[in-house]
Design a protein around this ligand. Structure first.
Ligand SMILES: Cc1ncc(COP(=O)(O)O)c(C=O)c1O
Length: 385
């Protein structure tokens, strides 16, 4: 049986050659020549004053909260329908995540919901480019400007996407990227913080290395500089091995994204007349990075049974992403009905740059009858929440 995985990172000979170079250099650790080259390239690509290479996007979000001065008891409004990394980051600094519901058509945070949640303790908003689709930044900025709040873009899934011609990662004054194995550009694990403000970048960089500067840099100076620890930091550095891989991946991002986009276009053609699914919609003012291809199943379809059938036939399937407020760790009493409904009904099907046209066709050939087999009679009467 031809297995068709949900996820497959596009890492090959070019990346191996870049890693071999790092091995030969003798500096595999972080904040070395490759890490610096990556930061320079990220700053150039995104046209920002500061880019910090980090171990993952969760670390970038954490450092963003610290650099923005979020304090215990502050409230931060976060997009609900997402891998809950933004809410985790808010909790790392003792603040309170306030969950904002999303737009049904895009799954991105609903600016009206954000505006309704602003209160006396609100300090900022973390918007998410949901599985690769940018949120409504013009409307979000209008709200954060009106109330004097900061805005962070969680572009973890969105490398290569655009909103009104501007690349995801440059859509808010602070943005966080992920280079996890599932993302459009990957080094296995990895992340970055991008910001227009060089002081904020410097704050994040120093905290990412236990509060002291680059050990590589210190080794280059004549004399014996002894770093002084003046605050509690973390080890959130990206290794130079990962940075070397990412320098290659960023060069390939156009080609890899074209391949993902072709897969999405083929799914859209093949499923256009399928009444048991709603396909992802991309508004005219933005483009998708297609980290994930999620369809929303008709309310009468048994999603677990469909996914089980796909998996039994060697086809990867998943639930997509999460309704954050429903995760027990946050003990939230809020209600985000659209997010909860998408969390219940969405199905992720294989999406990556290595999928062949035949494989995409096979996914649909298995999916269509599975939907029929597992649709309860009278399904159309069951309303979505
Ligand atoms: C929206 C979002 N933010 C943050 C993260 C965390 O990224 P990382 O695994 O690089 O920490 C993810 C992971 O999928 C994500 O989807």
């Amino acid at each position: 049986m031809d297995r068709i995985p949900l996820v497959h990172a596009s890492l090959g000979e070019q990346e191996l050659a870049a890693v071999a170079e790092v091995f030969a250099s003798g500096w595999p650790a972080g904040q070395g020549p490759k890490g610096k080259a990556l930061e320079t390239e990220l700053a150039r690509r995104y046209g920002v004053g500061g880019a910090v290479a980090l171990s993952n996007c969760g670390a970038a979000l954490h450092l963003a909260m610290l650099a923005l001065g979020v304090r215990p008891g502050d409230e931060v409004i976060v997009a609900d329908f997402s891998f809950p990394a933004p809410a985790h980051a808010v909790r790392y600094v003792g603040a309170v995540p306030v969950f904002a519901d999303v737009r049904r058509e895009t799954g991105t945070v609903d600016p009206a919901a954000v505006a309704d949640l602003v209160g006396p303790r609100t300090v900022g908003v973390i918007a998410v480019d949901t599985v690769g689709l940018p949120a409504d930044y013009a409307e979000l900025k209008a709200i954060t400007d009106r109330y004097g709040l900061w805005l962070v873009e969680d572009a973890a899934c969105a490398v290569g996407a655009t909103y009104r011609g501007v690349e995801a990662g440059s859509l808010a004054p602070v943005a966080c990227l992920s280079f996890h194995g599932r993302k459009g550009a990957s080094s296995g694990e990895g992340g970055a913080l991008l910001t227009a403000d060089p002081a904020l970048a410097a704050d994040a960089r120093i905290r990412s290395s236990f509060g002291i500067g680059s050990i590589f840099d210190q080794a280059q100076v004549v004399g014996l500089p002894i770093p002084v620890f003046t605050e509690i930091g973390f080890n959130y550095k990206l290794s130079d091995i990962a940075a070397a891989i990412l320098l290659v991946q960023l060069e390939r991002i156009g080609e890899l994204l074209d391949r993902r986009s072709a897969v999405a276009a083929r799914y859209a053609e093949l499923l256009a007349d399928e009444e048991l699914v709603t396909l992802p919609r991309v508004p005219a003012d933005r483009t998708h990075a297609w980290q994930t291809y999620m369809v929303t199943l008709d309310p009468g379809v048994d999603r677990a049974a469909v996914a089980t059938e796909l998996r039994a036939q060697g086809i990867g399937a998943g639930h997509g992403t999460w309704a954050s407020h429903l995760q027990p760790v946050f003990e939230s009493k809020q209600s985000c009905p659209v997010s909860a409904d998408l969390f219940r009904r969405n199905l992720a099907i294989p999406m990556h740059a290595e999928l062949s046209t035949n494989q995409v066709e096979r996914v649909v050939e298995v999916l269509r009858p599975a939907l029929r087999t597992h649709a309860r009679p009278g399904r159309n009467q069951e309303g979505a929440a």
